[in-house]
Ligand binder design. Structure first.
Ligand SMILES: [Zn+2]
Length: 236
């Protein structure tokens, strides 16, 4: 029997707010928002104009992001984006998450793996922090071999800055493992959840912002293994 989600437990919103204050990956467009309609006395409605990159805030990377001819946003199935997931505690990792570390964690055989690092504390900063914790290429290979179909992390890139980071992306995306980036896991305890996450239906190939939610699984919540991190209040 599949694990049941706990409808009495509040949904945890693990998405970043999108505003001009949202940090952007170096070289990517920053979020710009301005009122397009509504400021004038004759306007009968309020509408804003948005300008941002397709990888702004919490977002999905489709294979076409780094693989020529790879599956596009429209072509990836939505099934990997909804269902059971596990949040792995990587907060002890100082610089990177590698295969040796992941091998020592008892990651259950689920298809969706979210890596919680100390990066979550960096997401509300005003500037991009180049010292973020990343997944190494051999860590990516480990998760592919584990059978993951989606891997998420709590910063704007899952890989290191530069060619090694591109390699991490390629290993995952070439094996049809979707990547979720920019998750705010600061309020989330490690353990089992239901992930609910859908990208905007943008007509671009590479990726799109998402609204991502976690709901503790009933069995795990009953055992006190998931939910809000100790001492935290729900923000949803
Ligand atoms: Zn991305």
């Amino acid at each position: 029997m599949p694990p049941r989600s706990n409808s009495q437990t509040p949904l945890l919103d693990v998405s970043l707010p999108l505003s001009p204050r949202t940090i952007a990956f170096p070289g990517d467009p920053v979020v710009e928002i301005e009122m397009a309609k509504g400021a004038g006395n004759d306007d009968d409605a309020v509408v804003h104009r948005l300008c941002m990159g397709s990888h702004a805030g919490t977002h999905l990377d489709a294979p076409a992001h780094v693989i020529r001819g790879g599956l596009t946003l429209a072509e990836v199935g939505l099934e990997p984006l909804i269902g059971e997931c596990t949040v792995v505690d990587c907060t002890q990792c100082e610089q990177s998450i590698d295969a040796a570390f992941l091998r020592k964690q008892e990651i259950p055989p689920v298809r969706r793996v979210l890596l919680k690092t100390k990066n979550s504390a960096l997401l509300s900063a005003t500037d991009f922090d180049f010292n973020y914790v990343y997944l190494t290429p051999d860590g990516a290979t480990f998760l592919v071999e584990l059978g993951a179909s989606l891997v998420g992390i709590d910063y704007l890139s899952i890989g290191q800055m530069g060619p090694l980071g591109v390699e991490t992306h390629k290993i995952l995306l070439a094996n049809q493992v979707l990547i979720l980036e920019g998750l705010d896991l600061s309020q989330v305890a490690p353990g089992g959840y239901e992930l609910l996450c859908l990208p905007l239906k943008l007509d671009v190939p590479d990726g799109a912002p998402v609204r991502a939610l976690l709901r503790p699984l009933k069995e795990a919540a009953d055992a006190g293994r998931t939910g809000l991190a100790p001492g935290r209040e729900s923000r949803t």
